[in-house]
Design a protein around this ligand. Sequence first.
Ligand code: NAP
Length: 407
Amino acid sequence: MDCGLIGRKLGHSFSPKIHSLLGNYPYRLIPLEPEEVGDFLRKGEFHGLNVTIPYKKTVMEYCAELTPAARRIGSVNTILRRSDGTLLGDNTDYDGFLYLLKSAGARVEGRKALVLGSGGASLTVRAVLSELGAREVVTISRSGENNYQNLDRHADAQIIVNATPVGMYPNNGVSPVDLDQFPQCDGVFDLIYNPSKTQLLLQAQRRGLIWGNGLGMLVAQAKAASERFQGKKLPDELVADITAKLEWETKNILLIGMPGCGKTTIGKALAQKLGRPLADVDEKIIEEAGCSIPHIFATEGEEGFRVREHRALAQIAKESGQVISAGGGIVTRPENRDPMEENSVVVWLHRDLDKLPTDGRPVSQSVPREELYRRRVPLYEAMAQVTVDNNGTVEDTVDEIIRRVMG
Ligand code: NAP
């Protein structure tokens, strides 16, 4: 049984990995240029396919039959070759988005929803919201009647779904809308899963709203497709299990703490134990500046250093699956919060004051150690999701971080 994913650019797709966890069948990435799609569908040796950007509509004309979901939505993301050789077009993004809403605990019935973007995914999102009984579903499109210049018309929106690529890697740190404009909104969903929390989702989380990213949707649509490919029902728990596995593999572990608390030593040992790359924000600053940190402080002052630090952090933290060691003062700048939280679990390495050195660190040389500790502790506390004591052995600290981060 040969299956795969067709699309134009398939570089970093999670689909082969997800399908390998759903069943024992070959699943290939098949990048196609537009002029190749027709031939491939007519002659290709495959049993089942997933379809992604930009071919979800293109493939419809090659399907002898469409399922009711694919017909209603007007887009196909799953194709099955039937025993007579003809193709059945289906849409399992529908199952995926339904899962996203249900797993987040969204309330849809009787409520007003805004869907940002008018592409293929937007069609599916609108169909699901309508079928769940939304009172009104409004599409916001850059060129449409309802657009980003007249969002005030819809200040009463209660649910917002981002079905645009705005905020997606590598263009992290931007948001299609500002949630301050929607005081009645209590649920925000983003189809993007890289970064794990887009700026839109970070804002939703900080406001205490119900929110969810697109990773569970991706896995749920793959599970529904795999059921079609394999001709059997798969356990529902697989979706949450595979999503958690991918979340763990892609999450960064970002170490913060006082100068000299052991971030570099623990970072190296943790990275080695987990088989992950180690990224050091200070090293990146030195590499980009071409000089030492004391030299940057001497020539550009602390302000100049912090600007460089933010830039280095943003570049490092948008990548996934790393251990990151950050400088002691990274928590002093509010603008560092988004990059620290978008893909990472932030771990405060706590080391007793009398065990901290004072040498060679520009800020700790200029401010008494006790004073720096007193000022910084509340910032570490506020920023960290996990606090780990680092007064014992390296091995104990590493094991404790892994235990706490994995939950
Ligand atoms: P698409 O067909 O290319 O549509 C995206 C829509 O976003 C466009 O039609 C456009 O709508 C809007 N848009 C594009 N660039 C924009 C920009 N710079 N600013 C504002 N709006 C912009 O893509 P799609 O298949 O619908 O996918 C949309 C997003 O959902 C992508 O990020 C994709 O990765 C994600 N997705 C995730 C899953 C999942 O399983 N998690 C599944 C499908 C898609 P207007 O021109 O009307 O503004």
